[in-house]
Design a protein around this ligand. Structure first.
Ligand code: SF4
Length: 367
């Protein structure tokens, strides 16, 4: 059978250059990493570090912090030093903060060429400083701040315009013999975004950071991002991902991790197989599934738990999972590794499943 890391259904990863964002390898030789961005005022070092700790616990691999002011730039050394995961400084408008971030020991800098005045003239200096410190640069093109020249040429932020903007800036870095680049071309429309990344993937071998920008509140943003990333990851395109949600960043990291787990691109941890319930359900499946999910949250071992409402598909799914319940007549048959170990009343299903999950987890290595 295919391994979890290379499911047969996905195309091989697009071959890219490799780079290191702190200790995290980025590119086709490395696992796809999940990013998010803090929402605290960066200069509030304690709050920012607190949020980074929450992100780390939520499965985030790399964090980005905004750097709009001199106070934020001054906070970067402490944040970069104390963060558990590599910190990327996100710079718009002020090239001086690019240099400050590099000096501060940030693991990378993200620049948006579309809103840094005369960016092209500064590429040489940025390349020089980044080279001296071994700092990779992300060229982060965004539909909302596309380079005016490209906007005039293409009329709007088309896939071609987004890709051309990023490739132009990358070529300027290449002229200075700087290639430690990662590229993103974000758009709020998954259809435009997918095409832009496909164009980039055909035209360069830089690692790509995927994102649907301004994707919206949690529900819409999750769906948009999952669909767009799925379409690209299916083709082997994408080396880092960020789910943008109008929701706390830890949610972004969880959704990002779940997208990768769903495609088998990150080891699966807890997986709840629960039925949607229907007129045949003889227990409250929603409640059971929610309570089991909450009770097992944070479990670090691969564990498949089936929560099924009746005997139609219940015994089959419960038998296939590590652990499961098939319900009927207000009772639950508890399955462990395919065998019925006991039958308990509905009120005891959740606690029995959690107890049994804990026993199985003790025998499993973290996934
Ligand atoms: Fe309905 Fe039973 Fe299937 Fe759940 S397992 S959806 S209750 S038929």
């Amino acid at each position: 059978p295919p391994s979890a890391a290379e499911p047969a259904a996905l195309a091989e990863r697009r071959k890219t250059r490799q780079l290191m964002v702190g200790p995290v390898g980025v590119g086709s030789d490395h696992p796809i990493s999940v990013q998010s961005m803090t929402t605290t005022v960066t200069s509030d070092v304690n709050s920012t570090l607190q949020q980074i700790a929450e992100l780390t616990a939520s499965g985030c691999d790399i964090v980005r912090v905004a750097c709009p002011t001199g106070d934020d730039a001054e906070a970067l050394p402490a944040i970069a030093r104390k963060s558990q995961i590599p910190v990327i400084a996100d710079i718009h408008f002020q090239p001086k903060y690019v240099f400050a971030a590099i000096e501060a020991g940030c693991a990378a800098v993200r620049v948006n060429p579309g809103n840094i005045k005369k960016f092209d003239d500064k590429v040489g200096e940025i390349a020089q400083a980044a080279k001296e410190h071994g700092t990779p640069v992300r060229i982060g093109v965004n539909a909302g701040s596309l380079d005016k020249r490209l906007l005039q040429k293409h009329g709007k932020a088309t896939p071609e315009a987004l890709a051309e903007s990023a490739l132009w800036e990358a070529s300027l870095f290449a002229e200075h013999d700087f290639h430690d680049l990662k590229i993103s071309v974000k758009h709020n429309d998954p259809v435009v975004m997918i095409r832009a990344y496909e164009l980039l993937a055909e035209s360069c071998d830089y690692p790509l950071h995927l994102g649907v920008t301004e994707a919206g509140p949690a529900f819409q943003g999750t769906v948009k991002s999952a669909v767009a990333f799925g379409a690209l990851l299916r083709q082997g395109i994408g080396d880092t991902i960020r789910v943008s949600l109008s929701a706390p960043p830890a949610e972004e990291a969880k959704v990002g991790g779940q997208i990768l787990q769903s495609l088998g691109l990150r080891p699966r941890k807890l997986e709840i197989v629960s039925c949607p319930s229907c007129g045949r359900a003889q227990v409250d499946v929603y409640k059971l599934a929610d309570e089991v999910t909450a009770g097992l949250e944070g479990m670090e071992v691969p564990l498949r738990v089936a929560v099924m409402g009746c005997v139609v598909n219940g015994p089959g799914e419960a038998r296939e999972a590590d652990l499961g319940v098939a319900s009927g007549n207000g009772k639950g048959q508890i399955f462990v590794k395919g065998e019925v170990i006991k039958t308990v009343p509905e009120s005891k299903i959740v606690e029995t499943l959690i107890d049994e999950a804990m026993k199985i987890a003790e025998d499993l290595e973290p996934g």
